[in-house]
Design a protein around this ligand. Sequence first.
Ligand SMILES: *[C@@H]1O[C@H](CO)[C@@H](O)[C@H](O)[C@H]1NC(C)=O
Ligand SMILES: *[C@@H]1O[C@H](CO)[C@@H](O)[C@H](O)[C@H]1NC(C)=O
Ligand SMILES: *[C@@H]1O[C@H](CO)[C@@H](O)[C@H](O)[C@H]1NC(C)=O
Ligand SMILES: *[C@@H]1O[C@H](CO)[C@@H](O)[C@H](O)[C@H]1NC(C)=O
Ligand SMILES: *[C@@H]1O[C@H](CO)[C@@H](O)[C@H](O)[C@H]1NC(C)=O
Ligand SMILES: *[C@@H]1O[C@H](CO)[C@@H](O)[C@H](O)[C@H]1NC(C)=O
Ligand SMILES: *[C@@H]1O[C@H](CO)[C@@H](O)[C@H](O)[C@H]1NC(C)=O
Length: 664
Amino acid sequence: MAFLELILPILFFFSLRGAAGEPTADRAALLSFISRIPHSPRIKWNASSSSACDWVGVTCNSNRTAVLELRLPGVGLIGQIPPGTISRLSSLRVLSLHANRLFGPVPGDFSNLTLLRSLYLQDNLLSGGFPPAIHSLTRLARLDLSGNNFSGEIPFSVNNLARLTGLFLQQNNFSGVLPSVGIPSLTAFNVSYNSLNGSIPATLQKFPASSFAGNLQLCGVPLASHCTSFFPSPAPSPIPSPGSLTGKSSNKLSTNAIVGIAVAAGVVALIIGLICLFFLCRSVRRRHGRTGKGAPKIPAAAGAGVRSGETGMTSSSKEDIVGAAGAGNGERNRLVFVGTGGGYSFDLEDLLRASAEVLGKGSSGTSYKAVLEEGTTVVVKRLKDVSASKRDFELNIETLGKVHHQNLLPVRAYYYSKDEKLLVFDYLAAGSLSSNLHGSRGSGRTPLDWDSRMRIALAAGRGLAHLHGPARLVHGNVKASNVLLRPDPNSAALSDYGLGPLFGPGPAPVNRLAAGYRAPEVVETRRATFKSDVYSFGVLLLELLTGKAPNQSSIGGEDGIDLPRWVQSVVREEWTAEVFDVELMRYANVEEEMVQLLQIAMACASVVPDARPEMADVVRMMEELAGNASRGGISEGDDVVRVSSDEPSKPASGGRSPRAGSSP
Ligand SMILES: *[C@@H]1O[C@H](CO)[C@@H](O)[C@H](O)[C@H]1NC(C)=O
Ligand SMILES: *[C@@H]1O[C@H](CO)[C@@H](O)[C@H](O)[C@H]1NC(C)=O
Ligand SMILES: *[C@@H]1O[C@H](CO)[C@@H](O)[C@H](O)[C@H]1NC(C)=O
Ligand SMILES: *[C@@H]1O[C@H](CO)[C@@H](O)[C@H](O)[C@H]1NC(C)=O
Ligand SMILES: *[C@@H]1O[C@H](CO)[C@@H](O)[C@H](O)[C@H]1NC(C)=O
Ligand SMILES: *[C@@H]1O[C@H](CO)[C@@H](O)[C@H](O)[C@H]1NC(C)=O
Ligand SMILES: *[C@@H]1O[C@H](CO)[C@@H](O)[C@H](O)[C@H]1NC(C)=O
């Protein structure tokens, strides 16, 4: 093969010599190039003698009218590639200048080399960003810029090079995130030893790890380092896989593929635009003189004030919210702290840099646990399908910000932009009631004892009663995974409340109520109400008592039967302990309480809304139940904000029930 390559030019040389003319224009271009750049004496291009087609490194077409290839590897070219020289070789298919000492940028007029198939510029000292001229070279199959000093981001527009089979960018100083390169024909790809960061897009994960090595901050498949960045980098694009194309044609892109690439280009351009916007906002804010950075947990009001440096007011003040909403849509999006903001001090970029793990995907969005660089941990909820306008969103969250109760998890901050709506909450390490109740059953974990369950139920009830009473808010999503535990069961807190108005009318609100907790009438009315909250709370109590998740399809062995109906059927047949969680059976003398709580639960879960008690009454009944059992510890002795003034005062002995730990 190599031999053939060697002798082919010689064959042409003899067969065609003198056969036709001279590539006059190209000859001038070549001479102009070589006269303007220092080089080794091996290049003896001589204006007066032979045809340009016979010069070292030059290959012409068969009738010797145009230069097709220029190969000058390792000939000691030193300096910048002179503009207006090589770019005039308008028929050029192959250009190789590799292993020289070229520096500076690639000339912009390289964009005129539209027929170029291969461009080898590796192992020089070229610098600047990814050469913009290359975007015009849509017929390129091989592009090698490796071993130079290129920097900046690898642009998404490399996808314009739709015929590329090999892209070599290793050993440069490219930075930023890797674009989602989805060129179907691409079979060789190397970006190793740059300064890239972020995750490797799905479209590139088929290449080996050595294609990505040496980028300390790059993560994800196929590298060993796991991605923990909060936002995934550009989403997998709808570019057809190589497999889907090879069957049809190997050379030409199908129309579908071109459309796919165009669509993907649009999507990712949008994402990149958004990211740019973030950084724009950030730099603007920087210029406005941010001062509080780096002081974790500075006092609440000050912390919030720093966020809104432009106005000098705390973000919690209504004027600022309204002002921000009025001042242009999108441009001033930022993280807004609600009320005191819980004393947090971080901003959107901190959040974006945080390592994150998914806590759960709910009907209203996905929750992440985000660990900020300074060590603070928060929960970020990424809402989906929000239909509220920015202003309505802000007013709604401000309303939620006014709700204060120990058993309600407060919203600490929010972020609203066209494409992203985030809520920030405290992170409670103990997890949710759901995970504690159902997680890893039977594998030697400590089950929730009766005493804890009773206290948690009461805490959740108090939270809900506060929402229904003083706050006049419908929770809309009462379920076990929205009851978050603290080390003290009395301090368990309801989360995710009052978000219904953000999602607008339609079938969505119904679906947002978790299956199993959804009151029967909600299916028709499509609206969560105080009464439907009470129903959900009843189901929650049944869940605590039975240890069964209400949305598991296998309750009673029959699909489609809900927890209240199942309990009813079991209880009707014979009053047995069968309904109760086996994990509760080990506690002596609690059966009477369990039966009473069961009755409260069943009242809450009545089919007829009017038959359901008010939350305040439910709490009172539960407190009486707990009080009768003289488990004084249920009355919290600390700084709880009282639900309602009519709450009976209770003996606060503070001791834990002696029963709690005593197992048979
Ligand atoms: C070009 O070739 C001619 C004759 O072949 C020679 O006299 C002349 O010195 C050469 N010029 C250069 C610059 O090499
Ligand atoms: C030279 O050959 C090319 C095709 O290889 C053709 O397009 C062009 O017209 C020819 N030029 C002359 C002067 O024969
Ligand atoms: C590129 O080619 C066009 C026409 O083919 C010409 O007008 C233009 O001057 C060229 N640009 C450069 C930078 O050589
Ligand atoms: C690489 O490029 C940067 C500017 O982008 C320049 O400061 C540096 O000197 C270059 N390094 C080399 C070895 O040319
Ligand atoms: C790479 O680029 C960064 C700026 O993006 C610069 O600080 C660094 O010195 C560069 N590294 C090299 C080896 O040129
Ligand atoms: C990647 O690096 C750039 C600076 O080169 C930085 O602005 C950006 O935040 C980084 N992105 C990630 C995901 O780390
Ligand atoms: C990528 O380039 C690096 C450095 O030149 C090399 O070690 C590695 O083998 C290459 N990987 C691939 C898949 O070409």
